[in-house]
Write a protein that binds this ligand. Sequence first.
Ligand code: GTP
Length: 392
Amino acid sequence: MGSCLEQDVWERKYHLALERMERDEREFHALGEGLRRLALRLAGLARGRDAELDRLLDRLAAELRHVPSLGALEPLLEALAKAITTSDDHSPAGGDPDAASIDGLRADIARLQELLAAVSLRLGDMTRYLAVELERTGVGDREGRALDASVREEMRALGETTLAAADLGSLQAEVAARLSLIDRHFREYREREDARLAAYRDRAERMRDRVEELENQATSLQDSLRREHELALTDGLTSLPNRLAYERRMAEVEREVRERGAAACLGAFDIDHFKGINDTYGHGAGDAVLRIVGQTLARELEGRAFVARYGGEEFVVVFAGMGTDEAWELSLALCATVEKLAFHASSKPVTVTMSGGITRFGIDDTSAVAFDRADRALYAAKRAGRNRCVLL
Ligand SMILES: Nc1nc2c(ncn2[C@@H]2O[C@H](COP(=O)(O)OP(=O)(O)OP(=O)(O)O)[C@@H](O)[C@H]2O)c(=O)[nH]1
């Protein structure tokens, strides 16, 4: 079902979003770690060494206030790396005891540059994803924005803390606290989204059940309507189409003849001396004869012409798309087949015959006019001695 497919797609997207967020979360940790190490080393080594370095450190503090435009930090860190190199070149001959630390600082800055570029990219991805995907589902937009805002705030605070801490211990504690806050924001966000997903699933399931129930009801209603419809068009004794079905078929034929000039013939057939069968062998035997003759006509005409029980012991055959020659031959064959049916009563063979009146359906005919002509032909056949056909 459509709703089931939509839910699958939504869930797949949702799990993809979670995976992305978990990856981003790990990168935020790495970023925090990089910032912490940078802050420790800068605080210990760089401050007061060089006026240019101090100026750049002030700029770094200012830039960090605008996080997450992390990309802006890259050129600044490059300048910082250069300034440290210059500061190193100017150091007194004989070896600076801090030279090794400065090399380490330079390497840290380079690593941090890479890290910042990657995290900046991921942050952009994640923000876009939250905006587009969660908005598309119609839920979570507010939550996504709230998370985004709180992460920005924590990143900004992290930058401030890095440069404003009085001593290394408190700096470490502050950064750790900030990072764990970011952690918590992500966790809470995910928990809320999980709850939302569970509620969504539950609702979708209930909707699916209801839709299934309605579909079943509609199907059984359709079935019973179809059965009613079939019953209304079927003769109970012979299982042939009844007079109503015949009239519908004739209305179609009338249109085909009038609109497309199609050929058509109509035949009226009646079992001979049927009253005598009833009177001699009983009404039950008469019913059996009607049933067998009816089924014989249906079998002989299957796929070639439409047959219905018109009423009593009379049958009508609609030879749609057939000219008089073909309808005539077929009618004679029908009468011959009925005559050959092997009926028995009290172990004695009983011959049953049938007469038919055939007429062509003309372009100006109505079905009533054509039937009347076929009926007159039928009675002509009866008058002429029965067990025969007449074309009129
Ligand atoms: N057993 C049975 N008899 C039926 C049924 N419908 C009509 N009949 C009988 O069919 C007989 C028709 O008789 P008639 O119309 O006099 O004609 P016929 O005896 O067939 O004689 P011809 O048509 O002139 O050959 C009547 O006795 C009806 O009661 C039915 O469903 N079952």
